[in-house]
Design a binder for this molecule. Structure first.
Ligand code: CP3
Length: 354
């Protein structure tokens, strides 16, 4: 069953033929859009916006009204899961996310519950259903979560971190305890993502924003192993259609061959390697999503056009590429520059498809 008018994004992730390369943008709903800032102010706080299905739906739709994008992404945050585990998420203006009760000792980790997603994260699945209705079959809806490792970094550090001192001390001093935390988090993430699929998400993305902060063997043990556990636990088909999964380890380029075996249909690629190399190294096992340097969008529309052309050429001919930035769009980017990027993908990509 598929009443989807535009399924390029889903097809590209399954490496099926498309007429042009699909494009969406990480953080496509966000502060670079004046209409987002307006709704955000109306909502009060960022979490009030996430908890209000009507407003979360509205900001999800905003970038689709401006740009001809091939996918919508649920408006929410990765930190809703630790919040549901009782850590008390809040945002300090200008300082990013914080937890009232970070996990700093064995007792806190032992006492951590796996949340009942159906009740404590109902506001997210309500938003998913509402967005699906509003999209009305135009483009697919992406659901998402943080990876267990990335969520654990926030839970243990209590905020964004530059040195990851608390979680790295835990990893080296008490690795079995960290694995216990990651296992609990993975079980919560599986329930959370499957609930999003149940509510209508048509593809899933797992953000491993901090995987690249790990040493090579620690990456395998603390990030990749638990990403695999999550992916193995996901519902992969619904209404007769595959639910593709994209896994994105920022800074994971050195480990691409290993990451390609995690069970995902597609891998997010940051801007530190060329898609030519990435494609050669994954050997057709998975699709690739990325990888324009988000800072290119500070430059002029002419330069943006040229750089989009370069990324498309680096992937080359055939399906299996979803165009995106290598990380989220920065809040100071002019929306016109985002429009120039999307138009360049539309204009330049058909030549790479038969
Ligand atoms: O992509 C989208 O449009 C969907 C929405 C989305 C948000 N966060 C909205 C948001 C998604 C997919 C995320 C994921 C997320 N959140 C990640 C993984 C992706 C990545 O960027 O690496 C991470 C690490 C977080 C944690 C988080 N949430 C941080 C560090 C911050 C502060 C960021 C900042 O720039 O201040 C948030 C808040 C947040 N999440 C905002 C948005 C639009 C900004 C909050 C605001 O409006 O004040």
């Amino acid at each position: 069953m598929s009443q989807l008018q535009n399924d390029r994004f889903l097809r590209a992730l399954l490496r099926e033929p498309v007429d042009r390369t699909p494009v969406w943008i990480m953080r496509q709903a966000g502060r670079y859009l004046p209409e987002y800032r307006e709704v955000r102010a109306q909502a009060g706080s960022f979490m009030d916006l996430c908890r209000n299905a009507e407003l979360a739906c509205e900001v999800t739709m905003q970038p689709l009204r401006r740009f001809d994008l091939d996918a919508a992404i649920l408006f929410s945050d990765i930190l809703t899961v630790p919040d549901a585990m009782g850590l008390g998420l809040y945002f300090e203006p200008g300082e990013g996310p914080r937890f009232e009760r970070p996990l700093r000792d064995t007792a806190a980790i032992n006492a951590l519950p796996v949340p009942d997603v159906a009740t404590s994260l109902r506001y997210v699945t309500d938003a998913v259903s509402r967005i699906r209705r509003e999209l009305n079959g135009t483009v697919p809806l992406i659901g998402f979560s943080g990876s267990p490792w990335t969520l654990a970094t926030y839970m243990v550090e209590g905020a964004s971190s530059k040195d990851f001192r608390h979680i790295k001390a835990l990893a080296y001093d008490q690795p079995a305890l960290l694995e216990q935390l990651l296992d609990k988090t993975a079980r919560a993430v599986i329930d959370y993502l499957n609930a999003q699929v149940e509510a209508g998400a048509q593809a899933l993305m797992i953000f491993d924003t901090w995987g690249g902060a790990l040493a090579h063997d620690a990456y395998e043990r603390f990030s990749l192993a638990f990403a695999r556990q999550v992916i193995d636990g996901l519902v992969r088909e619904r209404d007769g259609r595959r639910i593709p999964v994209v896994f994105f380890t920022k800074g994971g380029g050195l480990w691409l061959e290993r990451i390609a075996d995690c069970g995902a249909d597609g891998l997010g690629i940051d801007w530190t390697l060329s898609l030519t190399e990435a494609r050669r190294r994954v050997g057709g096992r998975v699709a690739l999503q990325g990888n324009l340097d988000p800072s290119v969008l500070y430059a002029s529309p002419e330069v943006i056009h040229r750089e989009v052309g370069r990324v498309l050429a680096e992937f080359g001919h055939g399906s299996g590429h979803v165009f995106n930035l290598g990380h989220g769009v920065h809040p100071q980017i002019p929306p016109d520059h985002v429009a120039a990027m999307v138009e360049a993908v539309h204009a330049l990509s058909p030549r790479y498809h038969d």
